[in-house]
Write a protein that binds this ligand. Sequence first.
Ligand SMILES: [Mn+2]
Length: 408
Amino acid sequence: MKQEIVIPRREKLLNSLKELDAVILFAEREAKLEKFKQDNNFLYLTGLNAPNAIYFGFKSGNGNREYLFIQRNDPERVVWEGKKLEVEEARERSGINNVIYLDEFEAMLSMFCPMINRIYSNIGQQELNAPISYAMFRLQPVRERYPQIAIQCVTEVISPLRKVKDDWEIMQLQRAIDVTGKGIIDILETAGAGMMEYELEALLFYRIQRSGLKHWGFAPIIASGVNATTLHYEKNECQIASNDLVLMDVGASYMNYSADISRTFPVNGTFTERQNQVYSAVLRVQKEIIEMIAPGVKLSELQVKARDLIAGELIELGLIKHAAEVTKYYMHGVSHFLGMDTHDVGGREAILEPGNVITVEPGIYIPEESIGVRIEDDVLVIEEGYCVLSQNIPKEIDELEEILKGRQ
Ligand SMILES: [Mn+2]
């Protein structure tokens, strides 16, 4: 990521604040055993993957002030931990001129505190029964000594920016989606009855990492038979039986942008008549919802329409008698924003605008028949309506059966 991308983001953010408001963002801390994954808001504003760093921005009448705090390169620790980001490199990549070391953070903040009205930070959830976030922990002294400073979650000021994706962001997302699609096709070409669900998971992860992407965007769901009727089944530990449908809800992450795709297929290569009926119902609904997408449409309208359509399909399938019973077989949202977070910032009541990326993911789940179907695509809102970013990943019954047949 280059400074040309992140400088305008910070300008927009600081300009949207009131005078004497500040933004303090804490990077993710060093990960010891797991692969490091940067805090999304920090990455969005600085472009830096450095652990432990801190961004400080202050809006004032005499121009905005910005500082970046980074770790020192302690020669003895370099042997163990490797070289850290240097001042010059941090400056060049982020476009922040004032780059100083972390041990000066408290002194610098003390200097600014008497002037600050409000601090927006990545303090996260504030539930009383949840552990205190790292940002909250670091800002505790401010809270105690300067109780007049309001400390608020940065999401409210950054989400209007993050929910409208620029071309560069769409490119990253497209890469994550394309690699996920290739992995899904790998699975279709390889899956067979008797395999374990986690074998299919491994296959997809192999494709992700072989393609130069490091992470899953979220815990993958590979669910066969009745497992597919558990919405967030993440165990992926069962053996696949020969007449099972397999539901995959998966997404690779690239530059912290996450794909989110669901596909469902019969492991033995052919849909039974009943599986075909249920699958076709979900696919009809999915296409109709995608058709509705355009600037000005409310996300909640998609949800209402999806429920109505699925209710009609469930009555046709002989599963319910009245539309009000729809939640017996369909109980989740049809759409959410997608981006750096799989369930990205933007909210459920948002009005769609060009640059939004959302999922469309209706499903029908029938535990008593061991059938669970979800079909999910990732859709970009454009001036003219919509563009399905995952359109190359097969979902028509004949396309799927064609690929599955090719296995023998
Ligand atoms: Mn989703």
